[in-house]
Write a protein that binds this ligand. Structure first.
Ligand SMILES: [Zn+2]
Length: 427
């Protein structure tokens, strides 16, 4: 009899009490508390470089401290520098023609540029039929000075690009000069420019929960989301000018904070878990790029990047998708761990949008890490995406709590060291 009672107790501890415990820690009320603060108007849209984004960083660090996470470096703030550049004056001459100021852009962090020939420059042409975005993507991280001759048919895309590139850049000795032109064979080239440059600090918020296993504690599982958003813009019809970014990505950041609370209470992780809230995703993914250089990628076993989980996915509640599903077997592991539950993960239904390469998982994925983004955002029809109406009232807190719980439960066999996802092919 005693044995039976003990048996019942033991099974309660492992199954029923487990699910009770997770509901106690991760539930709609707790999720809502954090989400509300992160997406509040006083955060002013958490724009990178704004003073208000630091309030969000403080809030995240406070949660990490409460959960007794350890530092990865010397504090929860992983600081790094970016260079902001303001063009004061410039002249560009190409084959004896002076190019109008709105037809070129020198992507540079130098105070002075002075070139009298194309010597030392790689020359790349983007023709009418070339894929503009794809070519640009490979060029902006070029290791050598590059002259990019862009066909005039890409003028609108070029304008959008310059707006994007002018936000900030990591300090670099490499100049990339973009010119909208019909010229494809530059014989004469002269560029003079003066920039006002300033160094500005940014920070990711990072905490670590060391693994219990002596042999597995140097293997890392990462949970991440980005805490920056777009800031304040022009007012809409309702005179709302604040881009609260409740879904994008206060929701993912909330998930990271909730998961740090959950796993620090469970204390059953054999591998070490890193929780990170990235900055500067919206202006170029600089936070995750910096973070990726701070630890050996081979030691990262899996990365769960969480982006926009506040709305229902195209399959309804209790579901989410995984970007780059076919690039590792991580998605299959997560699905297997949810068999018998009401929740299901699906492969990304919007492959044409290249979401795998558009979020903070991309840098580590390029280094071979099974790094995937989990999302519910209907990318063909997400009404409030990048608008002033991305507010907490448009989100489903119950569903969000279910998603966060599903991430916690489905990641368990990876956290415990039982499962190790296959690596992604390096870029
Ligand atoms: Zn986002």
């Amino acid at each position: 009899m005693k044995k039976i009672v003990l048996g019942i107790l033991a099974s309660c501890l492992s199954v029923m009490c487990f699910s009770q415990k997770i509901d106690k820690i991760i539930n709609a009320a707790e999720v809502s508390k954090i989400e509300k603060k992160l997406s509040a108007d006083d955060m002013a849209g958490r724009k990178t470089f704004s003073p208000e984004i630091d309030k969000a960083a403080d809030l995240i660090a406070k949660e990490f401290k409460k959960n007794k996470l350890q530092f990865l470096g010397s504090s929860y703030f992983q600081e790094f520098s970016m260079v902001k550049t303001k063009l004061l004056q410039s002249v560009l001459i190409l084959n004896n023609d002076t190019i109008a100021a709105d037809k070129y852009y020198a992507y540079s962090t130098a105070a002075n540029l002075n070139y009298t020939s194309t010597e030392g420059f790689d020359i790349v042409s983007i023709g009418k039929n070339d894929d503009f975005s794809k070519t640009i993507k490979s060029l902006i991280s070029a290791k050598k000075n590059t002259l990019v001759l862009i066909d005039t048919s890409h003028t609108t895309r070029f304008k959008r690009l310059t707006g994007f590139l002018s936000a900030a850049r990591f300090a670099s000795p490499v100049q990339i000069v973009f010119i909208v032109t019909t010229v494809t064979n530059p014989a004469g080239f002269k560029l003079e420019a003066t920039n006002e440059t300033s160094e500005q600090k940014l920070k990711n918020v990072v905490g670590i929960l060391p693994g219990n296993s002596a042999t597995k504690k140097n293997e890392y599982v990462i949970f991440s989301g980005h805490y920056d958003h777009l800031g304040i813009g022009k007012p809409n019809a309702e005179k709302d000018s604040i881009y609260n970014g409740a879904n994008d990505d206060a929701a993912g950041t909330t998930a990271v904070m909730m998961l740090s609370r959950y796993f620090s209470k469970m204390k059953n992780n054999e591998r070490s878990i890193i929780f990170v809230a990235f900055t500067a995703e919206e202006i170029g993914g600089f936070g995750s790029q910096y973070f990726s250089g701070q630890l050996p990628p081979d030691s990262v076993v899996a990365m769960f990047n969480i982006e926009m989980i506040g709305t229902e996915s195209k399959w309804g509640t209790n579901s989410a998708y995984i970007t780059g599903y076919e690039k590792s077997d991580m998605g299959k592991i997560l699905q297997r761990n949810l068999i018998g539950s009401k929740f299901h993960f699906e492969p990304d239904p919007y492959p044409e949008q290249n979401l795998f390469y558009r979020s903070d998982n991309a840098t580590l994925a390029a280094l071979g890490v099974p790094a995937h983004t989990i999302s519910t955002s209907k990318m063909d029809n997400e009404k409030f995406y990048h608008t002033q109406d991305d507010e907490i009232e448009t989100l489903d807190m119950n569903n969000m709590a279910e998603i966060i719980k599903a991430i916690a439960i489905s990641s368990q066999s990876i956290i415990s060291g039982k499962d190790t996802p296959t690596r992604v092919k390096k870029d």
